[in-house]
Design a protein around this ligand. Structure first.
Ligand SMILES: NC(=O)c1ccc[n+]([C@@H]2O[C@H](COP(=O)([O-])OP(=O)(O)OC[C@H]3O[C@@H](n4cnc5c(N)ncnc54)[C@H](OP(=O)(O)O)[C@@H]3O)[C@@H](O)[C@H]2O)c1
Length: 261
């Protein structure tokens, strides 16, 4: 589903992109991730300017005051902002607190009725994902992607059993906030963050890799597709260059000693 093994996050896209960035995204055919809530629709509108030639994932909020029977309307609004007749990947942004089965069935109907090529789930824990797979199974629909937070600050998902479950069910894991929302480069807020930054600096010094390359290569070891919040051509190029980066096992272990400390 994701030949480039990299997803570009757009939660801070608000205005038309510089044409050089647009062209590069189209050329690379990176997946782009957005959501109806990002910038109250402005991220989707900006993604829509890229045209239909790029694969897009978007997410719908199953807020408690919303009814799953209205999901086709929300999905239609996403398609209109994104300027496309069909969504490549439609996800629930988080597990619904009310009528969670109804939301899953409504999501499945979007795929079944041809309005989305694939569906996915976001911010589900392993037990919630297991239950969702069970509910979707009789509908003949399998989630294709689960989005979870995974970063050097939040590595727990790597040891939660999520990975073997997703492998067994052919579900891709897309990791978000993999750069800690930028915190990887800022002032550490606690001893753990300071330790991770020090270990990362050591790996970079010994290997000549950039911090972004180390993180992407580290996640690739676990089969996780990184989603990176990118707004500039410079950051896009750094992310693209990082796709092929290889982290030697001893360096991964040195990094993980700090991450899992
Ligand atoms: N499913 C969900 O619930 C969920 C939740 C959160 C996020 N997401 C998705 O995941 C995407 C990524 O999350 P995120 O943007 O919060 O976190 P992120 O990718 O960890 O961090 C983005 C930050 O890193 C900086 N950055 C990016 N590339 C860099 C580079 N090469 N060198 C130095 N700094 C770099 C950005 O700088 P600038 O400020 O200069 O751009 C920005 O401050 C979002 O855009 C969204 O699509 C999904």
């Amino acid at each position: 589903m994701n030949p480039t093994r990299l997803v570009i996050g757009t939660n801070r896209w608000r205005h038309s992109l510089p044409s050089a960035l647009k062209e590069r995204l189209l050329q690379e055919q990176c997946w782009v991730d957005t959501a109806e809530v990002y910038g109250l629709g402005r991220s989707e509108l900006t993604v829509g300017e890229l045209g239909a030639g790029i694969p897009v994932a978007t997410k719908i909020m199953p807020w408690w005051w919303r009814s799953p029977k209205n999901l086709p309307r929300y999905s239609e609004q996403c398609r209109r902002r994104l300027r496309r007749d069909m969504l490549d990947l439609l996800l629930l942004h988080f597990p619904a607190r009310r009528a969670s089965g109804g939301w899953l069935q409504a999501l499945a109907a979007e795929a079944f009725e041809g309005r989305a090529t694939a569906v996915g789930l976001s911010e589900y824990t392993l037990p919630q994902l297991r239950e969702a797979v069970r509910v979707l199974h009789p509908e003949g629909i399998q989630p294709r992607v689960v989005q979870i937070e995974v970063s050097p600050w939040q590595p727990n998902a790597l040891r939660s059993g999520m990975i073997p479950f997703c492998n067994a069910h052919n579900i891709e894991i897309w990791g978000f906030r993999v750069l800690g929302g930028g915190a990887l480069f800022g002032q550490p807020r606690n001893a753990h963050q300071a330790g991770v930054q020090k270990a990362l600096a050591g790996v970079c010094a010994r290997t000549g890799m950039s911090p972004v390359s180390v993180v992407i290569a580290w996640l690739r070891f676990y089969g996780i597709v990184p989603m990176l919040g990118v707004r500039s051509l410079t950051h896009l190029e750094q992310a693209l260059n990082a796709r092929e980066a290889d982290l030697p096992p001893q360096e991964r272990q040195a990094f993980e000693a700090a991450v899992f400390a």
